[in-house]
Design a protein around this ligand. Structure first.
Ligand SMILES: C[S@@+](CC[C@H](N)C(=O)[O-])C[C@H]1O[C@@H](n2cnc3c(N)ncnc32)[C@H](O)[C@@H]1O
Length: 263
């Protein structure tokens, strides 16, 4: 995938805010799975589509100075410069660039594959990078499982939030995002030959970081929403003001976390 087809590209100024919000929402979930898998000192980890420094830094803490974290992304400009010495940052397209040396104990991608048109090939490459007994952890939204911005839509502002979210979903689908990908993960991991497959879902219903994520996302896609008449400029402005004022309980889609082990 080129950076041009990625709707929420990292070059936009709101990308940094988005990575901070994603960390606040989901780093706890990710690390619960990493700990459940049994990550330990000395492990080699590949963090695919890292975005910001949050997960690479947490992985580096878990595996200690004798371990190694390779953090890759199409755009690494939000990774920062103060990462621990056992983290290597590399610009890399998971679907098309030569994969790194295999033998990883853990390969993880969160909210990446859903955006990658060649997601089957990307998944195949991640599985191939595992050592025998190594773990793959894939986390992705299932947007269609819970498509709303406001689960309870009694007021006009909540209904407007859901109309803006519907427009956002349509933009994502236009760019090739699979809106029902999350639910398919356990099957895909089994089909890839992995064992001990397990999955769960985490659903933010009204968390402050979900409001911050909403503002970053809607600001970034506002020009497309307006030019395609999916929302008016007035609606977008009113929605952003209502979210910023804390007037809405903003939900995200459920994050499905699925793990499996190379035999
Ligand atoms: C929604 S962000 C998620 C960032 C981070 N994984 C997280 O959960 O906070 C998606 C990230 O995937 C990256 N990405 C998209 N397509 C990619 C590809 N083909 N190869 C590598 N990274 C990709 C984007 O640049 C972006 O940083």
């Amino acid at each position: 995938m080129s950076t041009d087809s990625y709707l929420l590209e990292n070059r936009a100024p709101d990308a940094g805010t988005r990575f901070v919000a994603l960390s606040a929402l989901f780093d706890g979930v990710t690390m619960r799975h990493v700990d459940g898998i049994g990550a330990r000192a000395g492990w080699r980890c590949w963090e695919v589509g890292a975005g910001g420094p949050g997960v690479p830094r947490l992985l580096a803490e878990r595996i200690g100075p004798t371990g190694y974290v390779l953090a890759t992304d199409l755009d690494v400009s939000w990774m920062g410069t103060d990462l621990p010495g056992n983290v290597e940052v590399r610009r890399h397209d998971v679907a098309t660039d030569a994969p790194p040396e295999p033998g990883f104990d853990l390969v993880h991608a969160r909210l990446v594959l859903v955006h990658v048109p060649q997601r089957d090939e990307a998944l195949r490459r991640m599985v191939a990078a595992l050592r025998p007994g190594g773990w793959l952890l894939i986390e992705d939204f299932d947007v269609n499982l819970q498509p709303l911005a406001c689960l309870e839509a009694r007021q006009e502002a909540e209904q407007r939030a859901n109309r803006v979210r519907a427009g956002f979903r349509e933009l994502l689908a236009q760019r090739g995002v699979d809106l029902a990908y999350g639910r398919t993960l356990p099957r895909r991991l089994r089909d890839a030959g992995l064992t001990d497959v397990a999955a769960d879902a985490f659903e933010p219903v009204a968390l402050p970081a979900a409001a911050a994520l909403e503002i970053a996302n809607v600001r970034q896609v506002a020009p497309a929403l307006i030019s395609q008449a999916r929302a008016s400029a007035e609606e977008v402005d009113a929605h952003l003001r209502a979210v910023a004022a804390g007037q809405l309980d903003i939900a995200t889609p459920p994050l499905i976390s699925a793990r499996g082990r190379h035999p």
